[in-house]
Structures are given as C-alpha cells and as structure tokens.
Design a protein around this ligand. Structure first.
Ligand SMILES: [Zn+2]
Length: 112
C-alpha cells in the first residue's frame, strides 16, 4: 500500500497508483481544497480544510452563550471556535431583526 503524502501537494491514488490533481470541492457548504484521481475519481480532502468545514458546520447550528452586563451594557463573548472566522480588528455591525433575533455582519480587516 502506497503512502499518501499530502504535504507534497500531489498525493498518489492508492487504487490507481497515479498522481491526484488538486481540485476544489464543496463540503458542508464550504469550498475546500482536495485532490482527485482522474481515473477512479477518488478524492482526498485537505485535512485542515476538512477540520475547518466541520467547525463551520457546528457553528452554523448555533451556539448558546450567556449574556453578561458590563457598565449596564449587555454583552456576549464569541466561543473560541469563532476565531476561525472572526479576527481581532474586524468590524461587526449589529442589526436588530426582532426582540428574539439579532443578526451580525462581519467586515474583515486585512491586519490582525
Ligand atoms: Zn484512482
């Protein structure tokens, strides 16, 4: 059995013993890096992207956080897993949809 070497950028298909080609595939609504065998269509998802897609899928289900009060202003903290999508310096716009539904829009900045 051949060793799959993802770090080389060109893994070998274990079925066909030929180099797999880099492709983009959709996993849980996220575009991820992958490699595909042109002969048998076997795909390998980039492990980092696979993990990120898993985190994104979990976050899309929603996460419960407790509201705190600081100087009479309510606040919530994002769970650490959101650090994959929100960086320090990003600007967040808050929209009140209804009393039970608040939407956030993130404007990403280049510098961290
Ligand atoms: Zn193959």
């Amino acid at each position: 059995m051949k060793e799959r070497k993802l770090e080389d950028g060109m893994p070998i298909c274990i079925m066909c013993d030929i180099k797999m080609k880099p492709v983009k595939v959709t996993l849980s609504d996220n575009e991820v890096r992958a490699w595909r065998c042109s002969k048998c269509s076997e795909e390998i998802i980039h492990p980092e992207d696979a993990q990120l897609a898993l985190i994104m899928a979990q976050l899309k289900k929603g996460v419960d956080v407790k509201v705190g009060i600081l100087n009479e202003a309510p606040y919530v903290r994002f769970p650490k897993s959101f650090s994959h999508v929100i960086q320090k310096g990003d600007v967040v716009s808050i929209f009140l949809e209804t009393a039970n539904d608040i939407r956030l829009k993130i404007k990403h900045t280049e510098s961290a």
